[in-house]
Design a protein around this ligand. Structure first.
Ligand code: 3H9
Length: 703
């Protein structure tokens, strides 16, 4: 251990305390594993030391291997000389003292220790599958020995963070400390108590009891949908299977081979990219570095419709008491009924406990008067999406609500400057665009009007994070960033029909690509009448607007989607399964004939590229206009707003996989063929000319 090693061995009487100090989360970055091994060797060699404690400095135990080191060709020590092996072989006992997070390689090191104690707030887990790999530090072999194969399978294939109490129940930790206990002192005491126990309890020596050999196939079946097109989840299962059938060392060798296979797979690279993109998106580089978000305690939501209800649920789900206001008792009652029904569905599905549902419901306080919300510190307006409806509400809110409160609007397209101008506090106004269903979808698009103060923007971003969202900043442009970049995709999918595609054909391509549902089936779920409104507004404003006669025709015929049992598909009563509808095929044929569009066949690749390239081009325009900070923010929006398959990284990352020149050439060819809607953006052309990947594009300064 050199002086600047991230690991130190501190002697406290007869106990050696190995402190990992590698901020912010003690990932196993350069020097950390080496430091731990060094400290262990020193501790074992020191005759005064009887036992050791492994503990993390700062906010966490160890958050896992350094993800930045993956795929860089960094050499890893061979099996036998890794921290896990050295801990396991230590002649003196080691107690892992866990607070914060023990994830991935962090938990694997803890499981290679002889004992584990934890504070109640700690979380443990093996989240590797979420970055396209499997636990490679013995986790797939030790966890089944500690917790049993069933629990291990569940934890390793989901990657979920397990709270301490559950970890104790599962046998992963030996002892949970009382609330407020001093972890270091308790771990030293514990180490003194167990110092002389021999033989040392080693997890590798435990047997594995497999009660039900069917669990592996059952898990394969259960994850088939979400693990589509991916390898890592299946390797996780195979590795746990190996733990049940092979001796420990052979299981470890199998795990290491899988790890090597996966580390640089396309899915692992894309998932790592997504992990860092999700952290980058929180950074607002043009705001003063010292700007702090305002702490809020009294949120209020205006409007008890579907969106307002979902937003109120989001606050309640994360422990906030929230007021929800609507103009009439009747609307409020309807809104509260919907909220109750949504929670009840989660209870029925088993994802929410009944008493937790009651606690959450009790945090949502329905009110009818502005007077009831005058003390709110953040207000999220979520009334009908029309400027003439929202404007008077903003003016009224400004008049009655505490002058320090922030006023946010859940709008998906309206001009936030116009709305801010209704108030005498335009510096405290911003857009907060939730995605439907608001209590489920992770994306919060924070829309930045020109007068919003840095504190307002930081507060809106932080508010999203506090209620479990991933907040992303967007410029104030029609459709903002997420929907604006998605709009050409929505048009192109209908235009494809004019040329001879069928909705089910397009949907199949997109589902095979990795979307949970095809875009036409999603359209039916959301309601086709909603898009029709927006098209009318845009057509009125822009004579060159590309109309979508087939979509308009369906709406004209009253085919609004699932709610009318007919949309792009037909539906049986009480069933949400979309069935291809010959009537729709006939409508498409008729409209196409009236338009005089020649019919032809499409390859799957052409369908995919027609939809996604159109959006890539628009995304470049958005960057060109300075409406977003980075290409990766657009990727985060597509991952969390639109269900883009995470293992493909996001729209722009996926396009980089094809290559900026190829994307440009294809778009330029379609420009020739289809006209102006495919005109390549300036930024796209420049990137293609210089061979710069999309993810390195430099958007114009944010405005
Ligand atoms: C593994 O362990 C493989 C093994 O099986 C063995 C291999 C042989 N690496 O998220 P935050 C950074 S795979 C590098 O904002 P939070 C993060 O980028 C690993 N960097 O904080 C950010 O940096 P910046 C298994 C990491 O409190 C900063 O730390 N482990 C890592 O909201 C703060 O992060 C995982 O997959 C890392 N492992 O959440 C856990 N972790 O400030 C991944 C964090 O520059 N990490 N950073 O933007 C997490 O899930 C969350 O970070 C955690 C904290 C829950 C720990």
């Amino acid at each position: 251990m050199s002086d600047n090693s991230p690991v130190r061995l501190e002697k406290q009487g007869d106990i050696g305390v190995i402190v990992v100090d590698y901020p912010p989360v003690n990932a196993l970055g350069p020097g950390v594993s080496e430091g731990i091994i060094d400290a262990l060797n020193k501790g074992n060699a020191d005759p005064d030391i009887r036992a050791m404690v492994l503990i993390g400095a700062g906010r966490s135990f160890i958050a896992g291997a350094d993800i930045r080191g993956f795929g860089t060709g960094r050499k890893r020590p061979p099996i036998g000389s890794r921290t896990y092996d050295v801990l396991d072989a230590s002649a003196k006992p080691v107690v892992a003292a866990i607070h914060g997070y023990a994830l991935g390689g962090g938990l694997e090191n803890a499981m290679a220790c002889h004992y584990r104690i934890a504070v109640p707030s700690a979380k443990v887990g093996l989240p590797e599958v979420q970055i396209g790999i499997l636990p490679g530090g013995g986790g797939t072999q030790r966890l089944p020995r500690l917790a049993g194969p069933k629990a291990a399978l569940e934890m390793i294939t989901s990657g979920r963070h397990v709270p301490t109490a559950e970890a104790k129940q599962l046998g992963i930790v030996n002892e949970v400390l009382p609330d407020g206990a001093d972890l270091r002192a308790a771990a030293i005491d514990y180490a003194r108590r167990i110092a002389d126990i021999r033989p040392l309890p080693r997890v590798r020596d435990l047997g594995v009891t497999l009660d039900d050999p069917g669990i592996f196939d059952a898990t394969r079946k259960a994850i088939a949908r979400r693990a589509r097109n991916q390898t890592a989840p299946y390797r996780c299962i195979e590795a746990v299977e190996a733990a049940c059938t092979l001796p420990f060392d052979e299981g470890i060798a199998r795990e290491a081979a899988f790890f090597q296979e996966l580390e640089n797979s396309a899915e692992a690279r894309a998932l790592r990219y997504a992990f860092f993109a999700e952290r980058e998106v929180a950074k607002l580089p043009d705001l003063p570095a010292d700007v702090k978000p305002h702490e809020f305690h009294a949120p209020a939501v205006i409007g008890a419709g579907t969106m307002g209800g979902g937003i109120a649920m989001s606050f309640a789900d994360f422990g906030y008491d929230v007021k929800i206001m609507d103009a009439t008792e009747e609307a409020l009652n309807r809104g509260m009924e919907r909220i109750r029904a949504n929670y009840a569905t989660s209870v029925k599905r088993g994802s929410l406990a009944q008493d937790e549902m009651e606690r959450r419901l009790a945090r949502i306080h329905p009110v009818t008067g502005y007077d009831d919300i005058k003390d709110a510190d953040v207000v999220v307006e979520a009334v009908f999406e029309r400027m003439d409806v929202k404007k008077p509400i903003f003016a009224k809110l400004d008049e009655v609500v505490n002058p320090d409160a922030f006023l946010f609007s859940n709008t998906s397209a309206l001009d936030m400057d116009e709305l801010a101008a209704e108030t005498k506090r335009p510096d405290k106004v911003a857009g907060t665009h939730f995605f439907s269903p608001a209590n489920v979808m992770k994306l919060l698009e924070v829309v930045r009007p020109s007068q919003a103060s840095p504190e307002t923007l930081a507060t809106a971003m932080a508010m999203g994070r506090k209620i479990g969202k991933i907040s992303a900043m967007a410029g104030n442009t029609d459709g903002f960033v997420a929907n604006r970049s998605r709009a050409p995709f929505n048009s192109e999918m209908v235009i494809l029909l004019e040329e001879g595609c069928l909705p089910e054909q397009v949907d199949k391509v997109m589902v095979d690509f990795g979307y949970p549902m095809g875009p036409f089936a999603v359209g039916d779920l959301a309601g086709l009448d909603i898009g029709a409104e927006g098209r009318k507004r845009r057509a009125a404003a822009n004579p060159n607007y590309r109309k979508l006669p087939i979509a308009d025709k369906l709406v004209e015929l009253g085919r609004y989607g699932q709610k009318t049992s007919a949309g792009w598909y037909r539906y049986e009563k009480g069933d949400r399964t979309p069935h291809p509808d010959p009537d729709v095929a006939a409508i498409i044929k008729k409209v196409a004939a009236e338009m005089g569009v020649p019919q032809r066949d499409f390859t799957e690749q052409e369908i995919l590229r027609r939809l996604l390239f159109s959006s890539v081009n628009e995304a470049c325009r958005i960057m060109e206009e300075g409406k977003v900070y980075r290409a990766s923010d657009i990727d985060v929006m597509w991952l969390h707003g639109f269900g883009f398959p995470r293992y493909r990284g996001g729209l722009m990352y996926w396009a980089d996989g094809i290559g900026v020149r190829e994307v440009y050439n294809q778009i330029a060819a379609w420009h020739q063929q289809y006209g102006e809607r495919w005109a390549p953006s300036r930024l796209l052309r420049e990137l293609a000319e210089s061979g710069t990947p999309f993810r390195e594009a430099k958007p114009a300064p944010f405005r």
